[in-house]
Design a protein around this ligand. Sequence first.
Ligand code: HEM
Length: 573
Amino acid sequence: MNNPNTNSFSLFGFLHSPHFSELLRDFATRELNAFLWLSLLVVTTLLLRRLFSLFGIWRRARTIPGPPSSSFFGGCKLFSRPNFTFTGGFSLLVSVRDPILIQDMLIKAEDKLPYTGKLFHLAFGQSSLFAPSFEKVQKRRELLATELNERLLKNGDMIPVKVADFITDKIENIKKKGGIDSRLVSQHIAFTIMGVTFFGDGFLASPKAAMYEELFMTIAKDACFWASYNVTPFWRRGFWKYQCLCTKLKCLTQDILQHCRKGCKLSSHTKHDVHNESSNKEMKSADGAKCCSDDEFQDYYFFRDLKDHQDGKEESCGNVMRMIFHGCQTTSVLITDVLTRLVMHGEIQDKVYSEIRMVGRNPSKYEHEDVYRMPLLLATIYESARLLPTGSMLQRCSLKHDLSFASGVTIPAGAVLVVPVELVQKDEFNWGSDASHFNPYRFLSTVTNRSGSAEDLSSTGFSSFVLNDPNENAAFLPFGSGARACIGQKFIIQLVASVLASLLNKYEIRLSSDSNDDSNTTLKNNLLQRHPNEWGSSLAHCGLWEDESNLSFLAQVFFLPVFKHCPGVGFMP
Ligand code: HEM
């Protein structure tokens, strides 16, 4: 019979024996070795996979002709082969500069990069309209384009007139308080156009419209910074403040929408049960703005056709905010640039003014079809967009299939395709020797009579020029091209031209004499002055400046908008 005391004694003795510690050490060493081997195996497999994928990329990239491309996205370039840059990201980056290839590529490569929209996801929530996959956006793109163009045709006369009147009032009000920056005027115009487009006329009367614009701009300014974190920075207090602003914006968007809808309903017949209905869904946000459910948005007329195509998770609110954001950023850059060009090229401003006066039936308001009788104004807008596109790069990829081009080049699926828009739009090969100069006439042709000589039509109220379609030149890409081209191009060009026609009829844009900084004078300050002959007949546009007390307001023009060169924040979806 075993004595338990003897057993426990011998176990205790064994545990303290040198043999046991040796066994333990041996075991630990084996475990550690096994772990190290396993780690080595995993790391080696990962590295080999990466190496193989790198060789795969290199092998496929060898078939793509062209010079080596430089590093994009600020990444460090490790080595470069023709059209292939290894930046450590293990993706093939192909930069396309040939306009014919670009056109082909923009038609065939329908997807955008998988991280497209991440930047704005944080700020505005999900947006199905700017999703990377073409399959997801195709239907909505078509519906939105129809809606915009129908709206354009139906309400084309009303939006520019209302926006121009609203902006003129705003300018006059700000003028009373002091100086005003032309970037700010452009921002107001862009924001008002977007507001009226997406919320209806009620937006102009909304008491929260000004606050909405301010909040939008604050968020747009910070969006790049907060999206630059790979891991959402929950630990930073500033991040929570930003999130709070984003929630406020969403609530305010819904609040303004409700305000506009109520206005519509009141003016039609009954108050309905808007208040009761929504009170169940409402929750109060920090500043008192009311949040309601997304159903409100799905009822909203602008999205009524999109309703059937919404999947459960999607937020229509995100779509509206993303579009307002995109439209505002791009449009305000464009308007600022047009104003700058007109200041810098007084002779063009004079001719545009004559054109506007010639067409003008009503001295202050222009109807939408009238802008098509102002080819120089339209050409000025296109030429400004050519010289300063709102995004410096277009990006595409084909997520599923390899892309084969007419030239015989094949780009593998998943490769990142970029078009350096600024370079292409200023390339002498595409635009001639004056490619980097402002010359709106490049988009115009003269009207000729039967004998082939230029005809002077000024007495008939028609311009002697006709506008060529700028999109005929494959190197004209401010609105992109192909499958994912901007669907707002026609709409916004017509609106911007109409609003500018109304404003230019009232104001002349000039460099400010206040600027002391001579080196920057050319681009810095300009003045919008009310034309003394605003309501009169066609007096000469120049020479109206004797009376300096007429000076209206100071407008500063900045050539490069603040956001322009921040990667991603700009104006690209
Ligand atoms: C001056 C004004 C504008 C400019 C310069 C502009 C420019 C652009 C550019 C460059 C793209 C990318 C195209 C591409 O990758 O090929 C784009 C996309 C888009 N734009 Fe605009 N845009 C403007 C105004 C608008 C407006 C007013 C709207 C709508 C109200 C709009 C709606 C869109 C949409 C929905 C897309 C995304 C298309 C997609 O990803 O499928 N844009 N825009």
